[in-house]
Design a protein around this ligand. Structure first.
Ligand code: PLP
Length: 506
C-alpha cells in the first residue's frame, strides 16, 4: 500500500506519491503532506564503523582551516551501507513505496548524489568543537547551493515517472538568480523534460547568469526578460493561467512547495545527527540552525522530528526580512515590503512552506488553514489561535541577523576557524549564537551556499576572496546561450512553443 498525501486546505483529492510529484500545488491551493509520518529506525544512533565525519582538506570552505584536522572518510570505494545515498534510500523509501520500483529508486538516488564533488555529499565540519558547534556543508552539488540536494533527485524522479507514463512536460520558471541554475542542472538532458527559465536581463550576478547560460543541453532554454524579477514571475504566472497554453505544452514547475523536495531534505538531518553521534560517541538529541527563506529547508527538519529523530531545537535564521522570526516570537504573521540583502535567497515576504507547519499546529484542520491564509492575503496580517501557537514553543525559535551582523559573523568565523562562509550561512551561524538554548546539546548549522557563490560579501566580511571549485573554474570562459525578449507575454509564449521538442525529436 502506498502512503497517501492530503492537502493542507482539506479540499483536494488525496493522492499517492507519483501524482503528488507531478501535481505540485493541490487543486484547492494547498500543499500536499503525508497522511501520516513514517517512522525512522534508530534515528540518532551512530553507525559504528562509518568513520568520523569527513572534513576534506580539498573542500574549498575548509581550505584554510587551522584547527586539528578531522580524519576524512575514505574518499572513494563503492558506496556502502553508510553512504549518503544509502541513508537517503532508507529515509525516503516509506514516502515512495508502492509508487516506484525499489531498484529503480536506488539507482536514481545513487545517480543524483554522484553529481556532488565531495565523497560524503554533505560533510560535517567542526565550527567550534569546544562549543559542540558544527557546520553541515550542503553546497557540494553542481550549482553550489543546498537546492541541488533535492533537485538532483527530483529532476530524475520527474523524468522516470514521465517516461513510465509515456508523457513529457515543459518546466517553466522565473529566477532572481539562485534557483534557476539548480533547476536547469536538475533537468538538463532529461528526455521527458524541456526547461525554460526567465531571468531579469542584466539584473542577476555574472556567476549566477553563467551558471544558467553555459549549460549546452538542447532541452535548456534561458530567456533574459527586459524587465524586473517581478515581471518574470508575472509572465510565468500568466503562462500557467492561460489554460489552453498550459495544456498544449503541458507546463509544470519544480518549485519548493513540491513535497518531493521536502522528502529529499529530511535525509541530511538524519545524516547530520548520526555523524554527530559518530564523533561524540553518544546518540542524544541535536539542534539545528537553518538560514530560512521559503521555509522548505527547516520544515524538513520538523518532518525528521515527526519521523522520530531526536531534536532539541530548530533555530530559524532570518535576514532583515524577518517575518518568520517575528512570527516565532509573537505568533503573529505580518507582511512587510521585501528589502534586498546580501542573502537574496532569503528575501521573501511569505514563506510558502510555512503552511505545512501551520497545518500541523492546527491539528490538520484544512478548513482553518484556508481561512487563516485567506485572511492573511486580504489584510497582510494574521494571529495564530492560542492553542496552535502553544505548539511552537518547545521546538522553534528564531533570530534576525541584519546586514552588518552578517558581515561581522563572516569575519568572526574566518578568524576563529579559518573557514569562509557565505552570507546565508552566516545568518544561520549568527542566529545560532543568539537563540541557542542548551550549550550542552550539539548544534549543527546548515551551510546552504558555497562562499564562492557570493564572493563580494565574503570578501567584505573577511578580507579574502573565495575561489570557485575546480568543476566551475572555467565558468567565465564557457560560451553562453540565452535569448533576450521584451516583457511581452505573446512573444514569450511564441518562443516556448517554437522551442519545445515534440516526442521523438530527441
Ligand atoms: C533557497 C536558499 C535558502 C532558503 O531556503 P528555504 O528552503 O527557502 O528556506 C537559503 N540559502 C540559500 C543559499 C538558498 O539557495
Amino acid at each position: 500500500m502506498s502512503l497517501r498525501y492530503v492537502s493542507t486546505r482539506g479540499q483536494a483529492p488525496e493522492l499517492a506519491f507519483a501524482d503528488v510529484l507531478l501535481a505540485g500545488l493541490a487543486t484547492d491551493g494547498g500543499l500536499y503532506v503525508p497522511d501520516e509520518w513514517p517512522a525512522l529506525a534508530a534515528a540518532n544512533e551512530s553507525r559504528a564503523g562509518a568513520g568520523r565525519p569527513g572534513c576534506d582538506d580539498s573542500s574549498p570552505a575548509s581550505e584554510e582551516q587551522s584547527g586539528t584536522p578531522t580524519p576524512a572518510r575514505s574518499p572513494s570505494g563503492p558506496p556502502g551501507q553508510d553512504s549518503y545515498a544509502a541513508t537517503a534510500v532508507e529515509v525516503m523509501w516509506p514516502f515512495v513505496a508502492g509508487q516506484i520500483d525499489r531498484e529503480a529508486f536506488e539507482t536514481l538516488t545513487a545517480d543524483a548524489y554522484t553529481t556532488f564533488d565531495h565523497p560524503d555529499v554533505a560533510p560535517l565540519v567542526p565550527l567550534d568543537e569546544d562549543e559542540d558547534l558544527w557546520l553541515m556543508e550542503l553546497f557540494h552539488g553542481p550549482t553550489l547551493a543546498f537546492k541541488d540536494i533535492a533537485l538532483q533527485l527530483v529532476g530524475r524522479l520527474f523524468d522516470h515517472e514521465l517516461a513510465r507514463r509515456g508523457e513529457r512536460v515543459t518546466i517553466v520558471g522565473a529566477t532572481s538568480g539562485d534557483t534557476g541554475s539548480a533547476a536547469i542542472e536538475a533537468c538538463r538532458d532529461r528526455d521527458a523534460l524541456d526547461i525554460f527559465v526567465l531571468h531579469p536581463h542584466g539584473r542577476v550576478s555574472e556567476v549566477q547568469r553563467r551558471q544558467m547560460t553555459t549549460v549546452p543541453s538542447a532541452n535548456v532554454h534561458n530567456i533574459a526578460i527586459e524587465g524586473s524579477f517581478d515581471d518574470c514571475q508575472d509572465l510565468v504566472k500568466a503562462m500557467f493561467a492561460d489554460e489552453a497554453f498550459r495544456h498544449r505544452h503541458r507546463l509544470a514547475a519544480v518549485n519548493s512547495i513540491n513535497f518531493a523536495r521536502v522528502m529529499a531534505q529530511i535525509v541530511y538531518y538524519v545524516v547530520a545527527a548520526r555523524a554527530v553521534a559518530d564523533v561524540s560517541g553518544s546518540g542524544g538529541p541535536v539542534s539545528f540552525a537553518v538560514p530560512t527563506g521559503n521555509f522548505g529547508n527547516v520544515y524538513a527538519g520538523y518532518a525528521a522530528q515527526r519521523m522520530g529523530l531526536e531534536l532539541s531545537q530548530l533555530v530559524v535564521g532570518s535576514n532583515t526580512n524577518d517575518i518568520l522570526t517575528r512570527f516565532l516570537a509573537s505568533s503573529r504573521l505580518e507582511i512587510r515590503e521585501v528589502v534586498p540583502t546580501m542573502s537574496p535567497s532569503m528575501d521573501i515576504q511569505v514563506s510558502s512552506n510555512l503552511e505545512r507547519l501551520l497545518f500541523e499546529l492546527y491539528d490538520r484542520q484544512g478548513a482553518a488553514i484556508a481561512t487563516l491564509l485567506k485572511w492573511l492575503r486580504a489584510t497582510g496580517e494574521a494571529d495564530l489561535a492560542p492553542e496552535a501557537a502553544a505548539g511552537l514553543a518547545p521546538l522553534w525559535s528564531g533570530a534576525r541577523v541584519d546586514e552588518a551582523q552578517t558581515l561581522s559573523v563572516i569575519g568572526d568565523v574566518h578568524r576563529r576557524s579559518g573557514l569562509m562562509i557565505d552570507p546565508h550561512t552566516a545568518v544561520g551561524v549568527g542566529a545560532a549564537a543568539t537563540a541557542r538554548r542548551d550549550p550542552d546539546t550539539p548544534l549543527v548549522v546548515l551551510a546552504t551556499a558555497h562562499p564562492a557563490k557570493f564572493p563580494e560579501a565574503v570578501e567584505r566580511g573577511c578580507g579574502r576572496r573565495p575561489l570557485l571549485p575546480d568543476h566551475l573554474a572555467d565558468l567565465h570562459d564557457r560560451p553562453e546561450r540565452c535569448s533576450v525578449l521584451g516583457n511581452d507575454l505573446a512573444a514569450v509564449q511564441r518562443f516556448v512553443a517554437d522551442r519545445t521538442r515534440t516526442r521523438g525529436e530527441g
